[in-house]
Design a protein around this ligand. Structure first.
Ligand SMILES: [Zn+2]
Length: 136
């Protein structure tokens, strides 16, 4: 296998540019529907709840939520993941509405509060990562 990068990066899709730009700055971009007011992630071009296409971006440095479940990947068909195995992946229900898939820190446990942020993967696509919420 070669290590060439794909020409089909998410940044080439104009409507996803705000999410890619946000992730490049470590920020998460959630779509909010102007009609029904519900949030969704991953970003879509139309609202998955009411099918309206008037969607805004809500960009923040993190989204708080509760980790619902986790799994540990010991195998991947994706070469880019093999060097990182085992990989912890979890479902996180965000306070702003969506339930997302994120890479999770070893300290995150199901039922606990987590903070989710975004970053770009090696192919320039936004990915989410969760760490435990900081206690004040
Ligand atoms: Zn909607």
């Amino acid at each position: 296998m070669s290590s060439q990068t794909s020409n089909k990066t998410a940044g080439n899709d104009g409507w996803l540019k705000p999410a890619v730009d946000a992730a490049a700055r470590g920020m998460i971009a959630i779509r909010r529907c102007a009609r029904c007011g519900r949030n969704h992630y991953p970003p879509r071009e139309i609202c998955p709840f009411c099918l309206d296409d008037r969607l805004d971006w809500e960009i923040s440095d993190r989204a708080n939520g509760v980790m619902l479940a986790q799994t540990v990947l010991h195998h991947s068909n994706e070469e880019k993941f093999r060097a990182r195995l085992p990989l912890r992946v979890g479902l996180v229900h965000l306070q702003c509405g969506p339930t997302v898939v994120a890479f999770v820190d070893d300290r995150c446990i199901p039922g606990s509060g987590v903070m989710v942020s975004a970053r770009l993967d090696e192919e320039g696509r936004p990915v989410l990562a969760a760490v435990p919420q900081q206690r004040d």
